[in-house]
Ligand binder design. Structure first.
Ligand code: CA
Length: 226
Protein backbone atom coordinates (compact mmCIF):
# COMPACT_ATOMS: atom_id res chain seq x y z
CA UNK A 1 0.00 0.00 0.00
CA UNK A 2 1.33 3.39 -1.00
CA UNK A 3 0.71 6.35 1.25
CA UNK A 4 1.42 10.00 0.62
CA UNK A 5 2.19 12.01 3.72
CA UNK A 6 1.94 15.78 3.30
CA UNK A 7 3.45 17.26 6.44
CA UNK A 8 5.76 20.22 6.88
CA UNK A 9 7.03 19.45 10.36
CA UNK A 10 10.13 17.44 9.53
CA UNK A 11 10.32 15.59 12.86
CA UNK A 12 6.68 14.59 12.74
CA UNK A 13 7.01 13.49 9.12
CA UNK A 14 10.09 11.38 9.86
CA UNK A 15 8.46 9.79 12.88
CA UNK A 16 5.29 8.90 11.01
CA UNK A 17 7.19 7.67 7.99
CA UNK A 18 9.30 5.35 10.11
CA UNK A 19 6.32 4.03 12.06
CA UNK A 20 4.25 3.45 8.94
CA UNK A 21 7.14 1.79 7.13
CA UNK A 22 7.46 -0.62 10.06
CA UNK A 23 3.81 -1.50 9.46
CA UNK A 24 4.61 -2.32 5.86
CA UNK A 25 3.39 0.83 4.14
CA UNK A 26 5.42 2.55 1.43
CA UNK A 27 5.41 6.20 2.40
CA UNK A 28 6.25 9.18 0.22
CA UNK A 29 6.64 12.48 2.03
CA UNK A 30 5.91 15.98 0.77
CA UNK A 31 7.12 18.80 3.01
CA UNK A 32 4.94 21.59 1.64
CA UNK A 33 1.57 22.08 0.03
CA UNK A 34 2.73 22.67 -3.51
CA UNK A 35 4.79 19.49 -3.79
CA UNK A 36 2.08 17.56 -1.92
CA UNK A 37 -0.52 18.58 -4.46
CA UNK A 38 1.80 17.82 -7.37
CA UNK A 39 2.65 14.37 -6.03
CA UNK A 40 -0.97 13.54 -5.32
CA UNK A 41 -1.93 14.57 -8.85
CA UNK A 42 0.87 12.80 -10.66
CA UNK A 43 1.19 9.51 -8.88
CA UNK A 44 -1.11 6.75 -7.67
CA UNK A 45 -1.53 6.47 -3.91
CA UNK A 46 -3.87 4.33 -1.87
CA UNK A 47 -4.26 7.00 0.79
CA UNK A 48 -3.21 10.56 1.49
CA UNK A 49 -2.36 11.80 4.98
CA UNK A 50 -2.83 15.51 4.73
CA UNK A 51 -1.77 18.13 7.22
CA UNK A 52 -3.94 21.26 7.11
CA UNK A 53 -1.49 24.03 8.01
CA UNK A 54 1.14 23.84 5.30
CA UNK A 55 3.44 26.35 3.64
CA UNK A 56 2.44 27.15 0.07
CA UNK A 57 -0.96 25.58 -0.36
CA UNK A 58 -2.98 24.53 2.69
CA UNK A 59 -4.56 21.13 3.17
CA UNK A 60 -8.08 22.40 2.49
CA UNK A 61 -7.08 23.68 -0.93
CA UNK A 62 -5.24 20.46 -1.75
CA UNK A 63 -8.29 18.35 -0.86
CA UNK A 64 -10.58 20.56 -2.93
CA UNK A 65 -8.27 20.62 -5.96
CA UNK A 66 -7.86 16.86 -5.91
CA UNK A 67 -11.58 16.25 -5.73
CA UNK A 68 -12.30 18.83 -8.40
CA UNK A 69 -9.75 17.07 -10.56
CA UNK A 70 -11.56 13.77 -10.11
CA UNK A 71 -8.90 12.20 -7.87
CA UNK A 72 -10.77 9.98 -5.43
CA UNK A 73 -7.88 8.77 -3.27
CA UNK A 74 -9.05 8.60 0.37
CA UNK A 75 -7.82 11.56 2.39
CA UNK A 76 -7.18 11.51 6.12
CA UNK A 77 -6.68 15.04 7.38
CA UNK A 78 -4.32 15.75 10.22
CA UNK A 79 -5.18 18.86 12.10
CA UNK A 80 -3.58 20.60 15.01
CA UNK A 81 -6.67 22.67 15.39
CA UNK A 82 -9.67 20.79 16.65
CA UNK A 83 -12.10 23.61 15.95
CA UNK A 84 -15.26 22.05 14.56
CA UNK A 85 -15.54 24.46 11.61
CA UNK A 86 -12.11 23.37 10.39
CA UNK A 87 -13.01 19.74 10.54
CA UNK A 88 -16.36 20.24 8.85
CA UNK A 89 -14.71 22.37 6.19
CA UNK A 90 -12.14 19.66 5.50
CA UNK A 91 -14.82 17.01 5.20
CA UNK A 92 -16.98 19.21 2.99
CA UNK A 93 -14.06 19.76 0.67
CA UNK A 94 -13.61 16.06 0.13
CA UNK A 95 -11.54 14.66 3.00
CA UNK A 96 -12.76 11.30 4.25
CA UNK A 97 -11.74 11.47 7.88
CA UNK A 98 -9.61 13.54 10.21
CA UNK A 99 -7.39 13.16 13.23
CA UNK A 100 -6.54 15.89 15.68
CA UNK A 101 -2.91 16.20 16.75
CA UNK A 102 -1.57 14.90 18.96
CA UNK A 103 -2.96 11.49 18.14
CA UNK A 104 -1.95 8.00 19.15
CA UNK A 105 -0.17 6.02 16.50
CA UNK A 106 -2.50 3.08 17.10
CA UNK A 107 -5.52 5.24 16.34
CA UNK A 108 -3.85 6.52 13.20
CA UNK A 109 -3.25 2.94 12.06
CA UNK A 110 -6.87 2.01 12.75
CA UNK A 111 -8.13 4.98 10.75
CA UNK A 112 -5.79 4.17 7.88
CA UNK A 113 -6.94 0.56 7.82
CA UNK A 114 -10.58 1.64 7.80
CA UNK A 115 -10.08 4.06 4.91
CA UNK A 116 -8.11 1.51 2.91
CA UNK A 117 -10.87 -1.05 3.45
CA UNK A 118 -13.35 1.45 2.09
CA UNK A 119 -11.10 2.10 -0.93
CA UNK A 120 -11.35 5.04 -3.27
CA UNK A 121 -14.68 6.79 -3.27
CA UNK A 122 -16.84 5.30 -6.01
CA UNK A 123 -17.28 7.34 -9.13
CA UNK A 124 -19.39 10.21 -8.01
CA UNK A 125 -22.88 10.07 -9.30
CA UNK A 126 -25.87 11.71 -7.73
CA UNK A 127 -28.11 9.41 -5.80
CA UNK A 128 -31.84 9.83 -5.98
CA UNK A 129 -34.72 8.27 -4.09
CA UNK A 130 -38.19 9.74 -4.44
CA UNK A 131 -37.92 13.46 -3.74
CA UNK A 132 -34.39 13.10 -2.37
CA UNK A 133 -31.24 13.90 -4.29
CA UNK A 134 -27.80 13.46 -2.76
CA UNK A 135 -24.56 14.58 -4.35
CA UNK A 136 -21.63 12.67 -2.81
CA UNK A 137 -19.08 15.02 -4.39
CA UNK A 138 -20.42 18.28 -3.01
CA UNK A 139 -22.05 16.69 0.06
CA UNK A 140 -25.29 18.47 -0.75
CA UNK A 141 -28.72 17.00 -0.17
CA UNK A 142 -31.93 18.23 -1.72
CA UNK A 143 -35.49 17.37 -1.04
CA UNK A 144 -37.30 18.37 -4.24
CA UNK A 145 -35.72 21.77 -4.95
CA UNK A 146 -34.97 22.58 -1.34
CA UNK A 147 -31.51 22.05 0.15
CA UNK A 148 -31.41 20.07 3.38
CA UNK A 149 -28.60 20.83 5.79
CA UNK A 150 -27.17 17.67 7.36
CA UNK A 151 -24.30 17.00 9.72
CA UNK A 152 -21.53 14.72 8.48
CA UNK A 153 -22.91 11.67 10.27
CA UNK A 154 -26.45 12.34 9.12
CA UNK A 155 -25.13 12.67 5.60
CA UNK A 156 -23.23 9.38 5.79
CA UNK A 157 -26.25 7.63 7.22
CA UNK A 158 -28.51 8.95 4.47
CA UNK A 159 -25.96 8.12 1.78
CA UNK A 160 -25.66 4.57 3.12
CA UNK A 161 -29.44 4.14 3.07
CA UNK A 162 -29.82 5.74 -0.36
CA UNK A 163 -27.22 3.43 -1.86
CA UNK A 164 -29.43 0.60 -0.64
CA UNK A 165 -32.80 2.21 -1.29
CA UNK A 166 -35.64 -0.27 -1.22
CA UNK A 167 -33.69 -2.75 0.91
CA UNK A 168 -34.07 -3.32 4.63
CA UNK A 169 -30.62 -2.50 5.99
CA UNK A 170 -29.75 -4.34 9.23
CA UNK A 171 -28.87 -2.15 12.20
CA UNK A 172 -25.40 -3.68 12.55
CA UNK A 173 -24.66 -3.04 8.88
CA UNK A 174 -25.67 0.58 9.24
CA UNK A 175 -23.56 1.11 12.33
CA UNK A 176 -20.57 -0.55 10.73
CA UNK A 177 -21.06 1.35 7.50
CA UNK A 178 -21.45 4.77 9.07
CA UNK A 179 -19.34 4.71 12.21
CA UNK A 180 -17.09 1.86 11.11
CA UNK A 181 -13.87 0.98 12.66
CA UNK A 182 -13.21 0.20 16.26
CA UNK A 183 -15.89 2.43 17.64
CA UNK A 184 -18.53 1.37 20.09
CA UNK A 185 -21.77 2.83 18.90
CA UNK A 186 -24.84 2.27 20.99
CA UNK A 187 -27.95 1.13 19.22
CA UNK A 188 -29.67 4.18 20.75
CA UNK A 189 -27.25 6.44 18.93
CA UNK A 190 -28.37 5.03 15.61
CA UNK A 191 -32.01 5.56 16.55
CA UNK A 192 -31.30 9.14 17.60
CA UNK A 193 -29.63 9.90 14.28
CA UNK A 194 -32.47 8.28 12.36
CA UNK A 195 -34.95 10.45 14.29
CA UNK A 196 -33.03 13.60 13.42
CA UNK A 197 -32.68 12.56 9.81
CA UNK A 198 -36.39 11.88 9.58
CA UNK A 199 -37.32 15.20 11.05
CA UNK A 200 -34.97 17.03 8.68
CA UNK A 201 -36.07 15.10 5.60
CA UNK A 202 -39.71 14.51 6.27
CA UNK A 203 -40.52 17.55 8.38
CA UNK A 204 -44.26 17.79 8.53
CA UNK A 205 -44.73 16.82 4.91
CA UNK A 206 -46.53 13.64 5.92
CA UNK A 207 -44.39 11.63 3.49
CA UNK A 208 -42.49 8.85 5.19
CA UNK A 209 -39.12 8.23 3.60
CA UNK A 210 -37.25 6.20 6.21
CA UNK A 211 -39.14 3.19 7.44
CA UNK A 212 -38.47 1.04 10.49
CA UNK A 213 -38.29 -2.64 9.66
CA UNK A 214 -39.06 -4.40 12.90
CA UNK A 215 -36.39 -6.76 14.12
CA UNK A 216 -34.09 -5.80 11.23
CA UNK A 217 -33.25 -2.14 10.82
CA UNK A 218 -34.25 0.64 8.48
CA UNK A 219 -35.34 1.02 4.90
CA UNK A 220 -35.35 4.06 2.69
CA UNK A 221 -38.23 3.95 0.27
CA UNK A 222 -36.86 3.73 -3.25
CA UNK A 223 -39.70 5.54 -5.00
CA UNK A 224 -40.78 7.76 -2.19
CA UNK A 225 -44.38 7.88 -3.39
CA UNK A 226 -47.12 7.14 -0.93
CA1 CA B 1 1.77 21.88 9.56
Amino acid sequence: MRLLLVEDEARMAALLKRGLAEEGYAVAVAGDGRSGLAMAQSSEFDLILLDIMLPGIDGFTIARRLREGGIRTPILMLTARDAAPDVVRGLDLGADDYLTKPFSFEVLLARIRALLRRGPAPHQVQLTAGPLRLDPASHLVFRAAEQVSLTRTEFLLLEFLMRRAGQAVPRATLIEGVWGYDRDVESNTLDAFIRRLRSKLEGDSGTKLIHTVRGVGYLLRAGGEE
